[in-house]
Design a protein around this ligand. Structure first.
Ligand code: ARG
Length: 467
C-alpha cells in the first residue's frame, strides 16, 4: 500500500512509478531512518500517542529492521518501496500491524528526509575528518623523514628557489588542515534536528523537540519548520568543502605524477598503487594518482549539480530535492574512499631525496639570494637584480653556475661583488636567509613542523574522543 493512496482513483503509470522511486539510492539512509524513527517514537510516547508497550514493540521492530538490513542484503530487495521511509513503514506494518501504522502520527517524510540527510552528512564528516587526520599524519611522517633534505621550489613550473622537502610537504599539510577545519565548521550547521517540523508548518503534536534533538546527538532543534523541511544548503556546503579537498588532492596528485616522470625522477611510484601497460612492457603507470586527480572533476560536477537543483526552488519542500541525494552520496562516498587510499599511497611512495637535492644544486636557485647579497652591500634592488641577471647570462654562455665565475668577471658586471659573495651561494646559505615565520630556513621549518604536529595530534585526539 502507498503512503498516500486515499485520494487517488487511478494507479500510477508503472513506468513513472519505477522512474520516480528513490529507494534504489536512499536505502543507504536506512540506519539513519531507523535511528530517527526511534527518537520520534519516544516523543510520541511522551505525548500519549503510543503506550509504553507500543513504544517497546516499535523499538524492537526498528532494531529488527536494522539487523536484517545488516545481515541480509536481500532484505532490501523491494520493488514496491517508493523510498526509504515507505520501506521502513511497510516493514513495521508487516511485523507489528497497527502499531506500525501509528509511527507516522504527526510526521511527514519532508522532515524525515531532512533529518536522515543531516545524520548521513554528519556521519560522513566525522569519518572523513578521521581519514584526513590519518592523511595528515602520513604527510607529517614524510616531512619528518625528509629531515634537512632540499629540493627546488618552482614558480611557473620553472626552478625558483631551494626549499626544504619538509617545507614543501607542509604546504599540503596546511591545505588539508584547512579542509579539516572547514569540515568541522560545516558540521555545526549540519548538526540541528528537523524532527517536529512536520510537512512545512510544524508538527500537529506537542512533541518534545529538544528531547528528539538530544536523542539523536544534535546540538538543538532547527528554528523554522519551513526552512528545516526544504533547507539543503548544508548539503551544498558539505559538497563544496569536499570540492576544495578534492582540488587539493588533485593538485597533489598532479605534482606526484610530474615528479614521478623519468624527467624529474623525484618520486618512485609504489607498485601496489600502479599498473602496467598491456602494450608497452616497460610501463609503470600512476593510475591511483590519475584517478585521484580525475575525481576532482566528478566532485566539482556534483557540487555544481547540487547548487543548480536548489536554485529557483520556491519554499518549501519540492520533489526536486530528491535529486540532490545522488550527487551528495556520490561526492561523499568518493572522498571517503579516496582519502584513506591517499594516506596509504603516501606511506608507500618512494621519495628520492638525493635526486631532489641534486636538482636543487644547479639552475641558479641562488640568484634571488645573490641579488639580496648585493642589496646588503647598498646596491638598490632593481640594479642588483639587473647585475645578477647579467651574471646568470654570462654563466649560460659559459655553461657554468654563479659560483664558477671569477671575482674579476663579477666585478666587471658590478663593483660591489666581493670575496664573501661565494659563501652566500650554497644551498644552505640560501635557505638560511629565508628566516621568517613561514619561510624555509631550517629552524623555521622545524618550528612549523612542530606546530603542525600539535594540530594533527589534536585532530587525532578529537577523533578518538568522538569514537
Ligand atoms: N523520497 C523523498 C525525497 O527524498 C522523501 C520526501 C517525500 N516527500 C513528499 N512530500 N513527497 O525527497
Amino acid at each position: 500500500m502507498k503512503m498516500w493512496s486515499g485520494r487517488f482513483r487511478e494507479p500510477l503509470d508503472p513506468a513513472f512509478e519505477r522512474w520516480q522511486r528513490s529507494f534504489p539510492f536512499d536505502q543507504r539512509l536506512l540506519k539513519h531512518e531507523v535511528q530517527a524513527s526511534r527518537a520520534y517514537a519516544r516523543a510520541l510516547r511522551k505525548v500519549g500517542v503510543l503506550s509504553t508497550e507500543e513504544l517497546a514493540s516499535l523499538e524492537s521492530g526498528l532494531d529488527q529492521i536494522a539487523e536484517n538490513a545488516l545481515i541480509s542484503p536481500d532484505f532490501l530487495n523491494d520493488d514496491d518501496a517508493e523510498d526509504v521511509h515507505h520501506f521502513l513503514e511497510k516493514r513495521l506494518i508487516a511485523s507489528l500491524g497497527d502499531v506500525g501504522r501509528k509511527l507516522h502520527s504527526g510526521r511527514s517524510r519532508n522532515e524525515q528526509i531532512a533529518t536522515d540527510l543531516r545524520l548521513y552528512v554528519r556521519e560522513s564528516i566525522d569519518q572523513l575528518y578521521a581519514s584526513l587526520a590519518e592523511l595528515l599524519e602520513a604527510l607529517q611522517t614524510r616531512a619528518e623523514q625528509a629531515g634537512d633534505a632540499v629540493m627546488s621550489a618552482y614558480t611557473h613550473l620553472q626552478r625558483a628557489e631551494p626549499v626544504l622537502v619538509a617545507h614543501w610537504l607542509l604546504a599540503y599539510v596546511e591545505m588539508f588542515i584547512r579542509d579539516a577545519e572547514r569540515l568541522q565548521d560545516c558540521r555545526k550547521r549540519v548538526n540541528l534536528c528537523p524532527l517536529g517540523s512536520g510537512a512545512v508548518a510544524g508538527s500537529t503534536l506537542a512533541l518534545d523537540r529538544d528531547a528528539m534533538a538530544a536523542d539523536l546527538g544534535f546540538d538543538a532543534p532547527t528554528a523554522n519548520s519551513i526552512d528545516a523541511t526544504c533547507d539543503r544548503d548544508f548539503v551544498v556546503e558539505y559538497v563544496n568543502v569536499l570540492s576544495l579537498l578534492a582540488l587539493h588532492l588533485s593538485r597533489w596528485a598532479e605534482e606526484m605524477i610530474l615528479f614521478s616522470t623519468t624527467e624529474f625522477g623525484f618520486i618512485e611510484l609504489p607498485e601496489a598503487f600502479s599498473t602496467g601497460s598491456s602494450a608497452m612492457p616497460q610501463k609503470k603507470n600512476p593510475d591511483f594518482l590519475e584517478l585521484a586527480r580525475g575525481k576532482s572533476g566528478l566532485i566539482l560536477g556534483n557540487a555544481t549539480a547540487l547548487q543548480i537543483s536548489l536554485k529557483g526552488l520556491p519554499l518549501a519542500y519540492n520533489k526536486d530535492l530528491q535529486e540532490m541525494q545522488e550527487p551528495l552520496f556520490d561526492a561523499s562516498e568518493t572522498m571517503l574512499a579516496l582519502v584513506p587510499l591517499t594516506a596509504e599511497w603516501l606511506k608507500k611512495g618512494g621519495f628520492d631525496l638525493a635526486h631532489m637535492q641534486r636538482a636543487a644544486d644547479t639552475g641558479f636557485l641562488n640568484a634571488f639570494a645573490a641579488a639580496t647579497y648585493l642589496t646588503e652591500k647598498g646596491v638598490p634592488f632593481r640594479l642588483a637584480h639587473e647585475q645578477v641577471g647579467k651574471a646568470v647570462q654570462l654563466c649560460l654562455e659559459k655553461g657554468c653556475e654563479l659560483k664558477d665565475l671569477s671575482l674579476a668577471e663579477l666585478r666587471q658586471i658590478g663593483p660591489s661583488f666581493d670575496h664573501d659573495f661565494y659563501s652566500r651561494l650554497s644551498v644552505n646559505a640560501v635557505l638560511a636567509i629565508h628566516d621568517v615565520p613561514g619561510g624555509t630556513a631550517v629552524g623555521r621549518v622545524k618550528q612549523a613542523l612542530a606546530e603542525a604536529k600539535q594540530k594533527i595530534s589534536m585532530m587525532r585526539g578529537a577523533v578518538h574522543a568522538h569514537a
